[in-house]
Every structure is written in C-alpha cells, then in structure tokens.
Design a protein around this ligand. Structure first.
Ligand SMILES: N[C@@H](CCC(=O)N[C@@H](CS)C(=O)NCC(=O)O)C(=O)O
Length: 207
C-alpha cells in the first residue's frame, strides 16, 4: 500500500508512526500539497493528505478513518485506540484535543504564510493560536497526571497524536512557544522516541 503526504503533515505522520508501530509495511510517497499538487491529484482529487492507496487500489482519506481501519486490521493486541469502554473514551478525547490543536495550527500557519500580508486578519489568526495553546495545555495536564503513557500502560493513539501535533506546531509557529513550555509532554516525547524508532524515522523535515 501507499501512504501519500510529507511527514511535515502531522496528520500524515501520525498515520506513518502508527503503521510502523503496528508492523504494517507501506510505500511512502513524500509529496507536498504546496508544490506537488498534480502528483497528489493522481491519488486524491482534493489534493489532501494523508491519502492511503490500499493494495487492491481502494483509496482511503482522513487520518481518523485511516487509523480506524488499520486498528481493526491489527487485532486487539496492536490496537492503538482501545476497542471499547472508558479507555476508548479517554483515548478518543485526548486524540481530539491533539487533532483540534492540529487543525488550529494548520489554519494559523496557512493564514500567516499563504496570504498576502495585507489580507491576513490577525485577530482571527491569534484567536486560533490561543486555542491551540489551550488544547496543548489540556494534554500537558493529562500527561502530568499519568504514570507514563497518557492512557493505560502502553502507547496509544493519544500519545502518538499529542507528540506529533506538538512537534508540528513548534516547527511552523515557533513564535508561540518562546514562553510556553510543555515539560510533561517533552518527557512523553523522549520516552516515545526511545521506545519506538517510528518517531525518529518520521522526523518532520521543514523545507
Ligand atoms: N482531517 C484531515 C486533515 C488533513 C489535513 O489538514 N491535511 C493538510 C496537510 S497537514 C492538507 O492536506 N492540506 C491541504 C488542503 O487541505 O488543501 C485528516 O485528519 O486527515
């Protein structure tokens, strides 16, 4: 199967990290939505990433839906989102804070970089930036109350998403993080990098 999108895209990267942790092989097409739209369009007419093309040719879009399918394929021991109950609710809630931070980061980043300066409405951009910091604050509190991984005693999608989206936000909106530290999330990231090569193997490379 093919995974389309750069690891600078946190939505793509969390799929890549998850597939690697689950031991699923894929071919990575390192294509940028900004500069290689025509190539991506061959796989996804919306030119959005991540896009996955399965071995039988079927196309999957949207990281949540993609992750859900591979969780089901992996079986109970390798699931990254528990199948049911409180653990599932907790993981899904934490993933939602992380993806919400990611959505707001993409909005702020695109507004700041893809518009003529005079057309940027700063109060709206700064509003999104405030929201994403609040979301990371919720994740910081959650991890500081946990005993290692965010939920339970092994890595879940909550950990992967928290790590990947915070790294992305720090890269593309560095001005936000000068006086906002997330020490517990940093410890979580270090723990994950030591335990799982998938993180280092997908380190985002800003162009
Ligand atoms: N909800 C989507 C969000 C994906 C997303 O925002 N992808 C960005 C890159 S990080 C993208 O493709 N941007 C180009 C566009 O949407 O036009 C998911 O979870 O996959």
């Amino acid at each position: 199967m093919k995974l389309i999108g750069r690891f600078m895209s946190p939505f793509t990267r969390r799929v890549a990290v998850s597939l690697k942790i689950q031991g699923l092989d894929f071919e990575h097409l390192d294509l940028s939505t900004a500069t290689e739209a025509d190539e991506i369009r061959k796989y996804n007419p919306m030119v959005r990433v991540p896009t996955v093309v399965l071995d039988d040719g079927e196309t999957l879009i949207d990281s949540d839906a993609i992750l859900d399918w591979f969780d089901e394929q992996s079986g109970p021991d390798k699931r990254l989102i528990p199948e049911k109950g409180e653990a599932r609710r907790n993981v899904l809630q934490l993933v939602s804070w992380a993806t919400a931070a990611g959505d707001k980061t993409v909005i702020a980043f695109y507004e700041r970089t893809r518009r003529p300066e005079e057309m940027v409405y700063l109060p709206s951009v700064e509003g999104a930036e405030g929201q994403l910091l609040e979301a990371f604050g919720v994740l910081e509190t959650a991890v500081s109350k946990s005993s290692g991984w965010l939920v339970g005693d092994r890595i879940t999608q909550a950990d992967i998403s928290a790590i990947v989206f915070l790294q992305f936000s720090r890269i593309v909106l560095p001005h936000l993080f000068g006086d906002r530290a997330f020490p517990a999330l940093d410890v979580l990231r270090e723990r994950a990098y030591v335990a799982y090569p998938a993180f280092a193997e997908t380190d985002p490379q800003p162009s």
